[in-house]
Design a protein around this ligand. Structure first.
Ligand SMILES: [Zn+2]
Length: 292
C-alpha cells in the first residue's frame, strides 16, 4: 500500500516536472516569477492574539497561514521563508492527516503538504535553489532550512548570531544545523540587490528579531510588492497604528522599522503582503500558478 502511494506520488511529480522549466542552478524563466506555497496554518489562542494588541473581533479570522515563496529570476532562484515543520516530519505524519507542532504556548501548527513536493511540481529541487533567505529566524519561518544548505544564504550577521545564541527559545537550531557550514553573504547595508538588476531587493527591517528583513519584488505584470515577514502579523495592527508586540526583540526598533517601511511603501507605490494575514493569503494565487 505504502509503495503504491509513493509510486503514485513519483508519477505525479514526474508528470508535473516534465511540464515545468528544466531544473538547474540558473532558472529558465524568461522573466521573474513568484510562486506562493502552502507551508501550513497556525491556530492562535486568544492570549496569542492579544500579544499583537488586537482583539479577535477586530481581526475576524485569527488563524495565521504560513506561506513559503520561490522567486525564479532569469539569473537564479531565491527561496524566501521555509515553513514551520520539516518535510520529513510531515511525510511521517501524512497518514494522520498532517503534522502538528506547538510553536509556543499560544500557537499550534498544522502542516499537510511538504515544501519539496510543491517545489517539484514547478520543476525544482532544493538543490537547484541559488539563494535562500528568511525574513527572520523564528520557528515558523525556518523549518526546512537544512534542505537549502547548498544554496548561498543571505542573512544579516545579527540574525545569524541570534540563531545560535545559547538559550534562545524563539528558535529551533535543529531546523538549520546544516547551515552552520553553508556559504553565506552578510547583509550589512539597508538594502541588498539579490540579482543585481533591482528586481528582488532585501531590505533591513529589524526589531521583531535583531536581523528581521523584508523582500521587495518588482514584477513586470504584477508591479511592486513587499513580502513583509513579521513586520506585522494581522492587518489591523497596521491600519490602527498599534504598538508592536511587547515580546519583540526590540520594540522601539520595530516601531522605527514600521515607520520607515511605511514611508518606503508610500514613496515607491509598493503593495505590502503581510505574510500571516489570513484573508490576504486566501486571495493569493497558489503555486503552480505564479505572479510575474
Ligand atoms: Zn511568523
Amino acid at each position: 500500500m505504502r509503495i503504491a502511494v509513493v509510486a503514485a506520488l513519483f508519477a505525479v511529480g514526474a508528470l508535473q516536472a516534465s511540464q515545468a522549466p528544466a531544473p538547474g542552478k540558473v532558472s529558465r524563466t524568461p522573466r521573474m516569477r513568484l510562486y506562493v506555497f502552502d507551508c501550513g496554518m497556525l491556530t492562535i489562542s486568544p492570549e496569542g492574539v492579544a500579544r499583537y494588541h488586537v482583539t479577535p473581533v477586530e481581526v475576524g479570522e485569527t488563524r495565521m497561514p504560513v506561506p513559503c515563496y520561490l522567486v525564479a529570476h532569469p539569473k537564479g532562484t531565491l527561496m524566501w521563508d521555509v515553513g514551520v515543520i520539516p518535510d520529513e516530519t510531515v511525510e511521517k505524519q501524512a497518514s494522520a492527516g498532517g503534522a502538528r507542532y506547538d510553536v509556543n504556548t499560544t500557537a499550534s501548527a498544522l502542516v499537510r503538504r511538504t515544501l519539496k513536493t510543491q517545489l517539484a511540481a514547478v520543476g525544482y529541487t532544493p538543490g537547484d535553489i541559488t539563494y535562500v533567505a528568511i525574513s527572520h529566524a523564528h520557528k515558523d519561518h525556518t523549518a526546512n532550512l537544512n534542505q537549502f544548505a547548498r544554496s548561498t544564504w543571505l542573512t544579516p550577521r545579527a540574525e545569524r548570531d541570534f540563531m545560535w545564541k545559547p538559550g534562545n527559545e524563539r528558535v529551533e537550531p535543529s531546523f538549520y544545523s546544516a547551515l552552520e557550514r553553508s556559504k553565506w553573504i552578510p547583509l550589512d547595508k539597508q538594502e541588498y540587490d539579490v540579482f543585481g538588476d533591482g528586481a528582488a531587493v532585501i531590505k533591513a527591517a529589524p526589531g521583531h528579531t535583531p536581523g528581521h528583513q523584508v523582500l521587495v519584488l518588482q514584477l513586470v505584470a504584477t508591479g511592486r510588492i513587499m513580502l513583509a515577514g513579521d513586520l506585522y502579523h494581522y492587518a489591523p495592527e497596521r491600519a490602527f497604528h498599534r504598538a508592536p508586540p511587547d515580546n519583540e526583540f526590540d520594540v522601539q526598533q520595530s516601531a522605527a522599522s514600521r515607520a520607515s517601511i511605511d514611508g518606503y511603501l508610500a514613496r515607491t507605490k509598493t503593495t505590502i503582503w503581510i505574510e500571516h494575514d489570513f484573508r490576504a493569503n486566501a486571495k493569493l494565487k497558489k503555486s503552480p500558478a505564479f505572479y510575474d
